[in-house]
Design a protein around this ligand. Structure first.
Ligand code: PFF
Length: 454
């Protein structure tokens, strides 16, 4: 496959950083990060996460983005150009977003429903314990909201890299940042919130453990959109003259910042609402869809806070699903040379079908389980806990020992950019990242098999 010189580009470095950061910032930051932080001792989790973001997140981002930029191809073409004979990394970079996009849109549909519920003033309904369960267990409405969310995603991808993805990210990312910071400030002014804020930030060193490190590593994967073909694809649209290493640092910075602020919105307010009951934090998905509406109901400005919060979540989820869909569409375009519009239509129909199956898995087909998981959880497990670590591991080994880090270091140093930390990068990508990934893989599979709980 030839290196593609007529490829679409992000128009500027800022455009690239905002698009990649808005891919990274998603449900992982707003829902998963806060409850993990609360579960693993607040400040100590935050500290560990920040260290790992630098040691693990940034090198993996540099690796994927530089592979994309060097080859100007999405993952299938990229690993082929780099000479990977089996092209296993390239193929996984297509399969993983194909598994994730449909179920991410199913969850995006739930968020859309909550946003509408707050927008039309029916938020009292969302306060009842049974609202979430009976909503996702119904048939028609979750499918309609899934299709609305998917349609919005597809519309942006349809308009292409600069006119669709970059334009939407450049608008939504600043709005998202203002919302997350504004809501966090509001929460910090609530009477009696101090104890919850210090619970969130104060490092409880007694809670430091191997499990905490693994949870933080797993979260980094999820949160940074690594090992799902996205960053290779976005890298392929990056201009040669932009500084790839600093951009990767900025993406990790924005992503961590939003996670930390989201935690500041959620953890202290749930802490206050539950009277300091730590187990209230471990509610998992229920934290966002069941506990938070109850918490917002106790605020004087509950409806507006809820509305703004779910607007924040939907913007974050939408920009992430756009990047997931783009990773699939772009691979299809590279492989078949079909037009973007045709590729978007075909991929969207596929996502609608699989997304509907996931949605039915909570209702009409709730009896269907795969290895004990419901359909959505199974797709989540197989992608996040198995295939993503495998892809990241194979990518590190391929870069570290086959094409050698120098190939990518040269790409970073294009157009006179100096890669100051290239020695550290080589060490991290060859040794530190693969070892860390093997640990994540083993622990997540072991925890799924019930050998120990994460
Ligand atoms: N990084 C995004 C998020 O934090 O939500 C996107 C994403 C992560 C999508 C993990 C899917 C996924 F499995």
């Amino acid at each position: 496959m030839e290196q593609n010189t007529n490829r679409a580009n992000f128009s500027s470095k800022l455009g690239f950083v905002l698009a990649a950061a808005s891919s990274a910032i998603g449900l992982g930051n707003l829902w998963r990060f806060p409850y993990l932080a609360a579960k693993y001792g607040g400040g100590i989790f935050l500290l560990t996460y920040i260290c790992l973001a630098i040691l693990f997140g940034v090198p993996l981002l540099i690796t994927e983005i530089s592979i994309g930029r060097k080859t100007r191809q999405s993952s299938i073409g990229a690993f082929k150009v780099l000479g990977q004979k089996s092209n296993i990394c390239g193929v996984l970079g297509l399969i993983i977003p194909m598994i994730i996009t449909p179920y991410y849109c199913t969850i995006g549909g739930w968020v859309t429903k909550y946003l509408c519920t707050f927008a039309v003033g029916s938020e009292k309904e969302a306060v009842s314990d049974s609202f979430f369960g009976s909503y996702i267990g119904s048939t028609a409405e979750p499918i309609i909201f899934l299709l609305i969310f998917l349609f919005l995603t597809a519309l942006v991808v349809f308009f292409g890299v600069e006119k669709g993805i970059e334009r939407v990210s450049t608008i939504l990312m600043p709005v998202l940042l203002v919302l997350v910071v504004g809501l966090a400030i509001y929460i910090c002014t609530l009477p009696g919130i101090g104890e919850g804020v210090s619970y969130y930030f104060k490092p409880d060193f007694s809670k430091f453990s191997g499990k905490l490190v693994l949870a933080a590593l797993g979260q980094l994967f999820y949160s940074l959109s690594i090992a799902m073909g996205i960053m290779v694809t976005y890298g392929s649209y990056m201009k040669k003259e932009d500084n790839l290493a600093t951009s990767s640092g900025q993406i990790a910075f924005f992503d961590s910042l939003v996670g930390i602020f989201a935690g500041l919105i959620i953890v202290p307010s749930v802490f206050l609402f539950s009277g300091g009951n730590e187990s209230a934090m471990g509610a998992g998905p229920g934290l966002m869809f069941i506990t938070l509406p109850k918490v917002f109901d106790t605020f004087a400005a509950g409806r507006i806070v809820g509305l703004l919060f779910f607007a924040l979540v939907i913007f974050a989820a939408l920009t992430s699903s756009i990047s997931l869909l783009e990773a699939v569409v772009s691979n299809i375009m590279d492989m078949t040379h079909m037009s973007r519009k045709k590729a978007v239509v075909i991929t969207t129909i596929y996502c609608a079908v699989v997304g509907i199956i996931c949605s039915l898995g909570f209702g009409a087909w709730s009896g269907v389980t795969i290895f004990g998981f419901d359909i959505l959880d199974f797709l989540d497990f197989i992608s996040n806990s198995v295939l993503m670590p495998v892809l990241a591991l194979l990518t590190c080994l391929f870069v570290g020992f086959v094409i050698k880090p120098k190939t990518l270091i040269d790409e970073v140093q294009q157009s006179g950019v100096t890669f100051h930390t290239k020695k550290i990068y080589s060490f991290l990508v060859k040794w530190f990242c693969p070892i860390a990934i093997v640990l994540i893989l083993v622990s997540s599979v072991a925890s799924a098999l019930g050998l120990f709980s994460m």
